[in-house]
Design a protein around this ligand. Sequence first.
Ligand code: GLU
Length: 304
Amino acid sequence: MAVGAGRYAPSPTGLLHAGNLRTAMAAWASARAKGLRFLMRIEDIDRPRCRPELEARQLRDLGELGIDWDGEPVRQGDRIDIYTNYFLRLRKAGDVYPCFCSRRDVAEALSAPHGPSTTGYPGTCAAMSPDEAASRIAAGGQHCWRIRVAAAPKEFHDHFLGSVPIDLEKDGGDFVIRRADGLFSYQFACAVDDALTGVTEVVRADDLLNSGLRQSWILRCLNLPVPAYHHIPLMHGGEGRRLAKRENSDDLRGILSRGITMEQFRSALAASLGQCDRGASISMEELAVRWDWHRVPRSAAVWL
Ligand code: GLU
């Protein structure tokens, strides 16, 4: 088996819809076609939003589609010590700083006349002295932790989309990697997990394109390997409707209850990924042999 791994990383916040299953299929087939391992990771880092009972349903739906994975799924909730350890490295290096601003402070700073021109965090706490920060923390000041992005590259290399200009300073500014409630952010946990679990390629929908540069920046600051990111166009519902995890009708059960067979569904997803003709039938085994990145469409797919 080749060295490296692909992965799928669902958050148990809703049922997987056709678009999620399509991304999982692409990630799985791309990895298997190269002989890579395929890992499953439950992204339950944002505890308050997760519904643990959905985890089993998500894994069952993925399995029924024909996606298999190596080893037990990794659960982010079990890895808090690891995130803490890597967070402390960033803290020691001065790559992150505590931010005491409330949402309102940030909004007011941005709307002030002659205020900073960024659309995100204006950097209010970035230059606070370590002594002042320490005394505010000691006094119980509510704070999150932000990573500095001034030195981040201004373009992102995506292995599917090519070079994409993204200026993190203008698009969001220094971003939160640890929230005021102590929870680590998706960006941080996801980046650290991909690197530490040996993931070498990430395939996901392009609504997470901006996360690619954020995550690769976190990994560069930590001196960890950066995976090859592939962001593929999202799949929309009919009439341009965005598929939402919370809408039950778009989940596997809902789709099969409309009289579509699993084989038809699987083949329709593969066709939407350019891997077979519409109406043709393809098995997961064939897909894993035939997978061809050059055939993946560059525009959004529509799911009716
Ligand atoms: N957990 C994220 C989601 O379910 C996906 C993260 C990723 O693929 O990087 O939307």
